[in-house]
Design a binder for this molecule. Structure first.
Ligand SMILES: *Cc1c(COP(=O)(O)O)cnc(C)c1O
Length: 389
């Protein structure tokens, strides 16, 4: 196997076996008759879309979802043939392009459906109707709008409704009342539709993991597929163990001793209180290791050590407890010996959610894909469009 390399000492490892296990456990949980739609928008939440999509499909997913048409086209260009649904709004003038790539769109308003119908030329366009049950983001909200959509469809045979769905605002919160209200509203809104012939879906990871039934016929599985919990609140309602797939690694590039009173990095915000060892790590905010992570910890030789001073664009410094050789492994997210820095830990340091952490690790960080501990592929957009085998 000839894996194309990358020439920096920082990379993310994506454990495709973990993704496969999460998908396969979810598939068991939802049952044979419910389809699992793998949500791979935003480069699979920063993990690597085509590789994650392939792993998910091999483990029991039957279709894919992305946020924008460009993501769907990119997956097609990389050879993925599975059904793809674009969850977000695609300008109606591009419906022919979607049809050309056999991509399913989201019809989210009467106006969009009208306009889409106007733009269809030869190839029929497939879409799922989005109904808004309380998120107030996209979707038709009233019975009347659903009737209007049905009338437009009767007059436009080139516009084919293949599914109907909604999205929950609070499925990851302990209190289920708003979630259950949305669930009931969904049933009311879809009642007049010929939904026995449609793909009907409402659950995201949180709803899919918590519900025991009521999935209709598909679940949109996003964050859980990456081994991340939708929220801390529902941890004890998750029916199987999730395996985090994302790790972020780097290397000590330069190690030096500094004297008491010397400062480190821009602004000289860190001053040594005694003579000590400082290491330089080639990761910075341009890689998505944000400045707000100043003062947080990394793992070196299984030990937690603190980031010293400001994080720069491409590097930061770390307070060492002794001299380590340059080349020592630095783990920013992931396990070393008995300790593990989780995506959740970084999210809480950044006062955000785990979703945002992996999405923020930029494309400058090469993604290395592993299966059963072996390197399958490396993706480094800087050097190659599709760095592979
Ligand atoms: C992103 C997204 C999902 C996936 O949500 P998770 O919480 O990651 O499972 C599902 N549905 C829609 C409409 C989305 O935008």
């Amino acid at each position: 196997m000839n894996i194309k390399p990358f020439y920096r000492d920082t990379w993310a490892e994506i454990n495709l076996s973990a993704i496969e296990e999460n998908v396969s456990n979810m598939k068991k949980h939802i049952g044979d008759r419910v389809e699992l739609m793998a949500v791979v928008k935003a480069n699979a939440y920063g993990h690597g879309d085509a590789e994650v999509a392939e792993a998910a499909l091999s483990a029991g997913a039957s279709c894919l979802a992305v946020a924008i048409l460009d993501e769907a086209i990119s997956l097609r260009k990389r050879g993925l043939a599975a059904p793809i649904l674009v969850l977000g709004a695609v300008p109606p003038e591009y419906v022919e392009i979607a049809a050309e790539y056999d991509v399913t769109l989201t019809g989210y308003s009467v106006e969009w459906i009208q306009e889409a119908a106007r733009h269809i030329k030869e190839t029929p366009v497939h879409f799922h109707l989005k109904v808004d049950t309380g998120m107030n983001r996209l979707g038709v909200k009233t019975e009347e709008e659903v009737q209007n959509v049905m009338k437009i469809l009767e007059r436009n045979p080139g516009l084919l409704c293949k599914g109907v769905f909604t999205h929950f605002a609070t499925a990851d919160e302990k209190d289920r009342s708003y979630f259950l209200m949305q669930f009931e509203r969904f049933k009311e809104l879809i009642a007049p539709l010929p939904w026995k012939q449609l793909m009907v879906h409402c659950a995201n990871s949180a709803a899919g993991l918590r519900l025991k039934k009521g999935f209709f016929n598909a679940v949109r599985f996003g964050v859980g597929m990456y081994g991340l919990r939708p929220s801390a609140e529902i941890t004890n309602e998750i029916p199987f163990r999730l395996h985090q797939a994302f790790t972020l690694n780097s290397t000590l590039t330069h190690v030096k001793k500094i004297h008491k009173g010397e400062s480190v990095s821009y602004g000289a915000t860190y001053t040594a209180e005694k003579d000590q060892w400082i290491g330089t790590v080639p990761v910075g905010y341009a890689d998505g290791w944000l400045r707000k992570l100043q003062g947080t910890e990394v793992l070196i030789n299984g030990k937690r050590l603190k980031i010293a001073g400001r994080i720069c664009m491409d590097q930061f410094m770390v307070e060492l407890d002794k001299e380590y050789p340059p080349g020592s492994r630095v783990t920013l997210i992931g396990r070393q010996k008995d300790d593990c820095i989780t995506v959740d830990e970084i999210a809480s340091r950044l006062e955000t959610i785990n979703y945002e952490v992996t999405c923020t690790i930029s494309s400058r960080v090469p993604r290395m894909f592993l299966k059963n501990g072996s390197i399958m592929e490396v993706r480094n957009p800087l050097l190659q469009e599709n760095a592979s085998k």
